[in-house]
Design a protein around this ligand. Sequence first.
Ligand code: XIL
Length: 348
Amino acid sequence: MAVLGLLFSWTDLLAQKTLKEAYKDYFPVGVAVAPRNLSGPEAELIKQQFISITPENAMKMGPIHPEENRYNWQDADAIVEFGQKNGILVRGHTLCWHSQVPNWFFTNSSGQQVTREELLGRLKQHITDVMTRYKGKIYAWDVVNEAVPDTGKSIYRQSKFYQIIGEEYIQKAFEYAHAIDPQAKLFYNDYNTESAAKREKIYQLVKKLKDKNVPIHGVGLQGHWSIYEPTQQELEKSIRQFADLGLAVQVTELDVSVYPKEHERRARKDTDQSIYTDEMMQKQSAHYKMLFDTFRKYKGTVTGVTFWNVSDRSSWLDNFPVSNRKDYPLLFDQHYQPKKAFEGVVNF
Ligand code: XIL
């Protein structure tokens, strides 16, 4: 069977467990989607394999709230409707992030920077409007995304939210969200969560929130990993440390790049080739198996795992961190067929 791994057809796929079947007693397995994924072969694959979806961009501050008095609901509505129609859970992403946030948010009508009170007011209005529209239809939200920097001593990223409001913007965002939908599970979400220094800062951040009884229910490990990281030990350490605070852990944006991980955008060099070697494929399969073995080991604490994009046909890593360098980070190949890594994930 292993030898035939690359020759899977749809029939073979149907003959083996789907992700949602294999994980029904563990956690929902989800996928990030754009409206274009909701018809044709990708929609079929999503319905067959996944039990949860996350809008890849449609609910971010910029896309959904491009001007102060204008919301663009169309894409987010389409994704929520697809979930409802097909009995698929929806995770919300994201209510407050320093990236993909429109400039109007920080500027008043006379072109000046908004005051602390004005910005808190805008944040509250934004969270209230978005969460009210989807109340009861979104089971978990990434409330604050990437508030911690990768380097330096400070716990807090020097974002406009931090500079204008101070660290309290995080607490406030959780409080506004909880007031609108007390049933929704609220997450702090970040990447590079297995770096010792960053893990510690995130731990300090969420511990402070817990100590103040702020309504936070979990930590999202984005899971933008590679075939070289993290180790099982590093991953377990993150899961355990957040679980010790009484928090759930979800892997919210999983992909396993075939290149060494880089977190900053950079220009493509001559040495950056887009090749998927047999060795990379084997390493990726072993890595995916280790990751899911670990997620299952923490059943009860790990309450969801979401892939960031549907298949290797197109993923955000094709353009990040290096533009126009193709990556092969997912469980389904460019023809939507399950890769060798898929086997190790569903057979246990
Ligand atoms: C990415 C999307 O996949 C891209 O389409 C978009 O151009 C940029 O954002 N961390 C996050 C996600 O929390 O929202 C990001 O998604 C990937 C990194």
